[in-house]
Design a binder for this molecule. Structure first.
Ligand code: HEM
Length: 197
């Protein structure tokens, strides 16, 4: 495989990773909100979320492999795992590495979920929210296609979709928090501290 092919492969898989990880984040929020996706049974959202996150990880491994194997720029396997040590674009590449490490932590804890317990799994799973914007900034900072019309549209669409879903998720959590004290006040066997006379 020529260096040019590897470079195209690296860019193409980068764009695919951005799309897949965006859909994974959206599906994760849909699972949390128990959203039923039309045409799928309720458990279908969970299965799709899981399957797509594994597919996204496969593309991410290809993305990294293409960058490491391509000898045109010097990116080592260590650079792909340890952030900010690369000679090539240390900041932008380092952000990709941080995103990769966080996603790896999310993936491994998800595979070991039964052993870890729900609390630990959930705490680590929050990292998925952090890794998505970090990966996005990595792509914008280092990508050859940054500024190309198709990449701008892709980036803007992904950001808009995640912001909208995050907004819905936050509004949902705020509504639930507002409802909880009222619900507790109405439950005589579990009065609130402040409600006791
Ligand atoms: C979740 C993690 C990551 C995501 C979502 C991601 C995504 C992207 C995207 C969208 C681009 C822009 C592609 C383009 O302009 O066409 C890109 C570029 C790039 N990524 Fe990543 N990346 C991730 C992690 C990594 C890691 C760990 C490495 C380390 C080897 C890496 C190496 C590169 C390189 C070298 C480029 C520049 C390609 C070019 O010359 O245009 N990425 N990435």
């Amino acid at each position: 495989m020529t260096s040019e092919t590897l470079w195209y492969a690296n860019r193409a898989t980068g764009a695919v990773c951005l799309i897949l990880f965006t859909v994974v984040v959206l599906l994760g929020i849909a699972v949390r909100l128990r959203t039923k996706i039309p045409g799928l049974p309720r458990f279908g959202t969970v299965s799709l979320h899981r399957t797509l996150s594994l597919s996204a990880t496969v593309f991410l491994v290809l993305h990294i492999a293409a960058a490491v194997i391509d000898g045109y720029v010097d990116i080592t396997l260590l650079d792909a795992v340890v952030p900010f040590v690369s000679d090539y674009q240390p900041l932008w590449l380092g952000l990709g590495t941080v995103a990769f490490d966080l996603m790896l932590a999310v993936l491994v804890t998800s595979l070991l979920r039964a052993r870890l317990g729900h609390r630990t799994w959930r705490a680590v799973h929050w990292l998925a929210y952090a890794s998505w914007p970090i990966a996005l900034v990595h792509g914008i900072g280092i990508g050859t296609d940054t500024g190309a019309d198709w990449m701008t549209w892709l980036t803007v669409s992904c950001v808009a979709a995640v912001l909208a879903a995050f907004g819905i998720r936050t509004a949902h959590a705020a509504r639930a928090a507002r409802r909880t004290p009222t619900a507790l006040l109405r439950t005589p066997e579990r009065p609130l501290e402040g409600a006791r006379s």
